[in-house]
Design a protein around this ligand. Structure first.
Ligand code: 5AD
Ligand code: SF4
Length: 487
């Protein structure tokens, strides 16, 4: 992890003409160069330059954005919420087409800001940039974009920033894949009390609808010692909740020299003093082991919440999706989870409108929702992603039919989620307070172990604390309650 001492030990006024060879030293060299440029800006303008990092997409991207912000802050930028800034970077997502459309739309607004502030630099990175058609489109129609890079070379951000601050004209650096994992770079955490931690990168599952394996590359796990060291430092820094991140955490450790299972990794994380809650995301049903269920059941710290994407309840569609489990296997797994850990919340992702899906298939999905009783579900209309096997399947579903199925699924998951949330009415639960309530500042908002939101009267001093709260009124997907002395 980033060490201020490491950075400060570099005499960045007397930098050698060439950077050191190894990482992360090379990046520290470029951070030092950027810092000089930032100081120059400050002398000329009487203020520090501002930077904005905007994130689209998942928790992985959110974590990557913290790394971008960490470097920008370390070199002297003031991080701001507005996109009317001297440096703006969009960390993009491409899992569904509407994520791409959002980026194109907002780029128009950025161009307006740039016309008024010609020194402004605009950067794009993340999953969307790994797609050749996107790059082509941006090259041709969005000429005001100064820097483009992808998911595999994010660790090079300081170097790319230095180049873009030095040069006029566009800088593009895209890698097809990498096996490199660079440790010990700065990170700016959004929350002082909780943090995501990457435990692995990429995905090897190749679900037939999904673009992630193409834009995030092959699956590779971080060394357990690196992960544990990072978490220990976070704990020393006041973090009480960690979220272990990977596209498929259940296959963690497979490529390591000394293989370690995800369940074993969790046992090690559990031992770290100061960490009170452990979450993880995302689990693939095909790899969820009995060992993991047992570790979750017996742990004091692992939250009783499992996000277990179903995608479809129809075995036929699951096969076409290359998910490698059947409806029955999923149902069995969910049953086992509820039996072993009765207060667990199971949440899921569902896609409607996959090629070839009929109303009978949708019925199968509805049947699984009824039987598993998901505590929450994200429902998505199938989005055709160029380059994936499903995009070239012939039996694409007409949008109208997909929407009809979608509406039925959404209605049922909402009903089920409401009923499931109401299960806790009247109980007293431990809540980690995350912030002040946005619409009523006399309330604070936190999460139960199973991820349910709770609002209750309290002040800012509670933020980051675990407090017992009585769950008095269930309002659909959240609770209103009051603080209690003990659980
Ligand atoms: N269309 C719709 N939804 C998708 N997802 C992934 N790819 C697609 C796609 N092409 C959904 C899956 C996944 C979640 C992160 O996004 O449900 O679990
Ligand atoms: Fe995509 Fe499947 Fe990998 Fe999830 S497991 S990222 S859905 S390919």
């Amino acid at each position: 992890m980033y060490s201020e001492n490491h950075f400060n030990s570099i005499d960045w006024r007397e930098l050698p003409p060439a950077p050191p060879d190894g990482e992360p030293d090379r990046q520290y060299y470029f951070m030092a160069r950027c810092r000089r440029k930032v100081e120059e800006f400050e002398r000329e303008n009487g203020r520090r330059p501002t930077a904005n990092v905007t994130t689209f997409g998942c928790q992985m991207n959110a974590r990557d954005s913290e790394k971008l912000a960490g470097i920008l802050r370390a070199v002297g930028y003031e991080i701001v919420g507005t996109e009317d800034a001297d440096f703006v970077i969009y960390n993009t997502c491409t899992v569904r087409d509407n994520a791409n459309q959002k980026v194109y739309g907002r780029l128009g607004v950025l161009n307006g800001y740039k016309r008024r502030n010609p020194r402004m630099k605009i950067a794009l990175c993340g999953c969307m940039m790994q797609e050749p058609e996107v790059l082509e489109k941006i090259r041709a129609s969005y000429r005001f974009v100064d820097l483009i890079f992808g998911t595999h070379n994010l660790f090079k951000f300081a170097e790319l920033l230095d180049t873009v601050l030095e040069e006029q004209g566009r800088v593009v650096d895209l890698w097809k894949d990498t096996d490199q994992i660079v440790e010990e770079l700065p990170v700016e955490r959004k929350y002082p009390f909780k943090s995501g931690i990457n435990i692995m990168f990429g995905c090897d599952n190749f679900c037939s609808y999904c673009i992630v394996p193409y834009v995030r590359g092959r699956e590779r796990s971080r060394q357990p010692e690196e992960i544990l060291r990072e978490i220990r430092r976070l704990a020393e820094d006041g973090v009480v909740e960690v979220m272990l991140l990977g596209q498929n955490v259940n296959s963690y450790g497979k490529g390591l020299e000394r293989p370690l299972s995800f369940a074993e990794l969790l046992r090690e994380v559990e031992k770290i003093e100061g960490i009170r809650r452990i979450r993880f995301m995302t689990s693939h049903p095909k790899d969820l082991s009995d060992e993991l269920i047992a570790v979750m059941r017996d742990s004091e710290k692992i939250c009783h919440h499992l996000h277990l994407p179903l995608q479809s309840g129809s075995t036929r569609i699951l096969r076409a999706m290359n998910r490698r489990y059947t409806k029955e296997q999923y149902l069995e797994l969910a049953e086992k989870l509820r039996r072993e850990i009765p207060d667990i919340a199971i949440t899921t992702d569902i896609i409607i409108g996959f090629p070839g899906e009929t109303m009978e298939d949708v019925e199968e999905t509805l049947d699984v929702i009824r039987r598993v009783r998901f505590d929450n579900a994200f429902t998505f209309l199938y989005s055709k992603r160029t380059g994936t096997p499903a995009a070239s399947m012939e039996n694409q579903v007409p949008e109208e039919q997909a929407r009809a199925g979608f509406d039925r699924v959404l209605k049922l998951v909402q009903e089920t989620a409401r009923e499931q949330t109401a299960r806790w009415q009247g109980q007293v639960c431990e809540v980690l307070v995350e912030g002040q309530n946005e619409s009523d500042p006399s309330l604070v908002t936190g999460r139960m172990s199973n991820n349910t939101l709770v609002h209750f009267p309290g002040g800012r001093e509670l933020i980051g604390q675990l407090v017992p709260v009585s769950l008095e009124e269930c309002c659909g997907f959240y609770y209103l309650g009051h603080r209690r002395e003990t659980v």
